[in-house]
Design a protein around this ligand. Structure first.
Ligand code: SAM
Length: 272
């Protein structure tokens, strides 16, 4: 089929809820490529129907992403452009695609991004945050200890992550323990009918969701805490140990002075 676009892999962002959130360029590219690699063909079909896009869809997800590489490479080798879309939002942002992009770049083809919706940037564009910088970590790990460590380590960063409604309250309990005054923005169902963005402290959000519906898709921003001083906790522990203080005393002193969790300091004391 004759195509008026360059032979390349087009990584196309699709809507994260509201089907109107797609660019003219994305629709044009999806019409012109020879095949669309889609994480969820049923979902993508709804989008294609809305925009009268007739292009062939082929399933491409985390369980076949290696075995399908040759299939899509063959298209490019035969001068046929390919598009990649994920279930929602931008591919490769907590979504499959990295393995395909890697393989296609290695073969010397271009990978062309077609930007659009992404839950991270959608959330960040609608909340007031201190400073420009932020860190995005995808989904949090499952273990409470690991979550605790991540929250503590990033206390002075604007930290963005994806969360499920089933786990949100547990995560908020952990944050409440570590940093009760931290400002938190919870964005639920962005771009959809029941869109809701709440910026409150952990305890207040827990209370709110005890009384209100907590379902749908969620992205979270933990606002950075005011940095009192650049402190090296290990260094402080070492100095206090040299004064022959007990680990428990050191943990109390450091946690009060530097606003860090007492248990975490205590664990560090044991390791030191
Ligand atoms: N690639 C997507 C993107 O660009 O945002 C993210 C894919 S990740 C597998 C899906 C997670 O993103 C959801 O579980 C939720 O945490 C977050 N998310 C996706 N859509 C959302 C929405 N409309 N509102 C809030 N969070 C959303």
């Amino acid at each position: 089929m004759a195509n008026s676009i360059e032979t390349a892999l087009y990584v196309v962002a699709s809507p994260i809820g509201n089907l109107d959130d797609i660019t003219f360029r994305a629709v044009d590219v999806l019409k012109k490529v020879d095949v669309i690699a889609s994480e969820d063909t049923r979902n993508t079909s709804v989008l294609l129907d809305k925009y009268s896009i007739k292009t062939k869809l082929v399933s491409y997800h985390k369980f076949n992403e290696v075995s399908k590489i040759e299939f899509f490479l063959d298209y490019l080798k035969n001068n046929k452009p390919v598009a990649l879309v994920s279930d929602a939002g931008t591919p490769l942002i907590s979504d499959p695609g990295n393995i395909l992009v890697e393989a296609i770049l290695k073969e010397g083809f271009r990978v062309i991004p077609i930007p659009g919706a992404c839950a991270v940037t959608t959330l960040l564009s609608a909340v007031d945050r201190k400073d420009e910088d932020f860190k995005f970590i995808g989904f949090l790990p499952k273990s409470s200890n690991q979550i605790q460590e991540i929250i503590q380590k990033n206390n002075f960063e604007n930290l963005v992550f994806y969360e499920s409604p089933n786990r949100l309250l547990k995560t908020l309990e952990i944050i409440k323990e570590i940093s009760p005054d931290k400002k938190i923005s919870v964005a639920r169902e962005l771009t959809k009918k029941f869109e809701e963005i709440k910026t409150l402290k952990a305890e207040e959000i827990i209370e709110y969701y005890k009384k209100n519906t907590l379902k749908g898709e969620i992205a979270v921003l933990l606002h950075k805490n005011e940095q009192k001083n650049e402190i090296d906790i290990d260094e402080k522990i070492k100095k206090l140990k040299a004064l022959n203080l007990k680990d428990k005393e050191i943990a109390s002193i450091v946690s009060v002075l530097y606003d860090v969790n007492k248990n975490i300091v205590y664990k560090k004391c044991l390791q030191n």
